[in-house]
Write a protein of this length. Structure first.
Length: 77
């Protein structure tokens, strides 16, 4: 049960990052999606989604590796 919850917690930021990549790709091809009023706003939100999604995933991995002791000295608390 615990592994399923952890998988779902990691799945949500992954989907968010994938949607952010889609938003940025659509902006580069000048395709404006419905809820966004301007292309620059669509690209900005896509960038924010990608940074938050990858940042959450990276933080989760760093925290897990710190607990196991698999990080170098500069990343330890």
């Amino acid at each position: 049960m615990g592994r399923l919850v952890a998988f779902i917690i990691l799945l949500i930021p992954g989907i968010m990052a994938a949607y952010g990549i889609k938003l940025m790709r659509d902006t580069l091809f000048n395709k404006l999606l419905e809820p966004y009023p301007a292309l620059w706003l669509q690209f900005t939100l896509g960038t924010i989604f990608v940074v938050l999604g990858i940042g959450f995933f990276a933080g989760f991995l760093l925290n897990r590796d710190r607990k196991k002791g698999n990080v170098s000295k500069r990343f330890q608390k």
